[in-house]
Write a protein that binds this ligand. Structure first.
Ligand code: SF4
Length: 493
């Protein structure tokens, strides 16, 4: 075996689509290529030992924002104990600002951008000469029809135990400056029939959970409808063994034909991840995000009231020009639309993204270490940003976990952001922890907090007990609010 493809995934359940693309496109070298995935948190020595057990001549590492720190240690150790092993890096994290990175200094070669044809070509040159002269190779983007689809490389074990990532297209035509896909300038679809044939084959092998990584699933409605119909046919033919699909949507583009398709999906079969990021038009303009806020809000409202899709909607705190007050306004507006989850993200400066142009004017200060989270900016100081970080963490524990479905609306009242921020400040002051808060302790803390807000202990405990009487978890939090209050919030949206 000459070539080992490897990466550190964020979790065991995440199967690397990128590595499987590379393996599928190795051509004549495929026979001598193996794939070995690890999970972050594993010991570097054990990873290196396992890598070397294959006696590879070349090791190709997939480098991402979540694994760059740990992979740097692995590569450093690997080059010390086996300096003759050739290390090739690829992936989004090393595709930009390449030369200044520690891991790049340790490696022999780097491929930036698409690796599907450039990686096998480089491996061929390393193994058989002539020796490549350059260290950094710009990945060649081939016509989509020339890229071999990787889905047959998902093993039966992957199908049974892991999330299957699939993509009907690559790229994004939009230019949101905080996002790496802004550099794509367009989207490139794979041939739909071949793609669906691969999905059929995965389905026949038992796959029931498909996570689409297409950045904008609803760009081309004809394609979206065909893909949805594929899943609807499966659901109709086999309702007792349902299939589940996850898509990323742009929120302001939901024509009637797509709505009709969406409305046919039963409960538990469809999940949408929708980026709002900011409802502030001035911020949207600053970061070149084109979004019709009214349409986006109408579509989210339609989806939450007229479809069974599970909705996960993203907001980002820390964008240039976004104050705590304007973020709070957007958060409250989104909460009123009652998505199942609000993903409260903190801005990260991804390598290569154009948001860097605002650094000076907006005083953007980022952590120099991955994942390059914003620490402060002109409008939000460090201490306040830390409060927002804790808000995001506690929001996951209390709101997105679905464990406090009945208690949450009481906790949030009519001013969800402000009330939750006060709760988050109190919780931190009284626990000094953002992680490892056991559920029992968290329940007790929520009860204590409600008591500080004037609720009787018995009432607080009784309210919390309703969250454990079953059936509460799947409910969108805002739906549990008494009707007149929810109406008021919706009118305000
Ligand atoms: S945030 Fe979404 S819409 Fe904007 S560039 Fe990235 S993928 Fe495209």
């Amino acid at each position: 075996m000459s070539i080992l493809l490897t990466t550190l995934n964020a979790r065991y359940t995440h199967a690397s689509l990128g590595l499987r693309y590379l393996l599928a496109n190795m051509g004549a070298l495929q026979e001598q290529t193996r794939l070995q995935e690890f999970v972050i948190g594993a010991k570097a020595t054990e990873i290196v030992e396992r890598i070397l057990s294959y006696s590879p001549k070349i090791v190709g590492f997939g480098i991402y924002i979540w694994n760059v720190e740990e992979t740097t240690k692995v590569v450093a150790m690997l080059k010390r104990v086996a300096p003759r092993v050739v290390v090739v890096l690829g992936g989004p994290e090393v595709s930009h600002e390449t030369h200044e990175q520690e891991i790049v200094k340790l490696a022999d070669y780097v491929i930036t951008g698409w690796g599907d044809v450039t990686f096998p070509k480089l491996c061929g040159e390393i193994l058989h000469g002539p020796k490549p002269l350059m260290k950094v190779h710009a990945g060649v983007q081939p016509p989509m029809a020339e890229i071999k689809l990787p889905y047959s490389l998902y093993t039966d074990d992957d199908i049974k135990n892991r999330t299957l990532y699939v993509e009907a297209s690559r790229g994004c035509p939009f230019k949101c400056e905080f996002c790496l896909s802004a550099l794509d300038k367009t989207a490139w679809p794979f041939a739909l029939d071949s793609f669906l044939a691969e999905m059929e084959s995965l389905y026949q092998r038992g796959a029931r959970l498909f996570k689409f990584v297409d950045r904008t699933f609803n760009l081309n409605i004809k394609t979206s409808l065909k893909i949805m119909q594929f899943f609807l046919d499966k659901l109709e033919a086999n309702p007792d063994d349902p299939v589940y699909a996850h898509f990323e949507l742009v929120p302001d583009h939901l024509p009637d034909a797509l709505k009709e398709g969406v409305s046919k999906f039963p409960h538990g079969a469809l999940q949408f991840e929708i980026g709002i990021q900011s409802f502030n038009p001035a911020v949207q303009t600053l970061v070149s995000r084109k979004q019709d806020n009214q349409k986006a809000a109408d579509n989210i409202r339609w989806l939450t009231t007229q479809s069974h899709a599970h909705m996960h909607v993203d907001l980002i705190a820390g964008l240039p020009g976004e104050t705590v007050e304007s973020f709070a306004e957007g958060f409250n507006k989104l909460w009123a639309l009652a998505p199942h989850e609000i993903q409260f993200g903190i801005l990260k400066r991804l390598r290569g993204t154009p948001i860097i142009r605002h650094t000076q004017e907006y005083g953007m200060v980022y952590d120099p270490y991955a994942p390059y989270t914003i620490l402060a900016n002109r409008d939000i100081d460090f201490a306040t940003m830390q409060r927002l970080v804790r808000f995001a963490r506690y929001w996951d524990l209390v709101a997105n976990s679905g464990r406090f479905a009945h208690t949450l609306p009481v906790l949030l009242g009519e001013l969800p952001f402000q009330r939750f921020m006060a709760f988050a400040d109190w919780l931190y002051a009284n626990t000094d922890a953002t992680h490892r808060i056991a559920l029992e302790r968290l329940v007790a803390m929520v009860s204590r907090y409600l008591q500080t807000q004037g609720m009787d202990k018995a009432d607080a405990d009784a309210l919390l007990a309703t969250d454990y009487s079953g059936g509460a978890k799947a409910k969108p939090a805002a739906e549990a609010t008494p009707a007149p209050k929810r109406q008021a919030r919706r009118l305000a949206a």
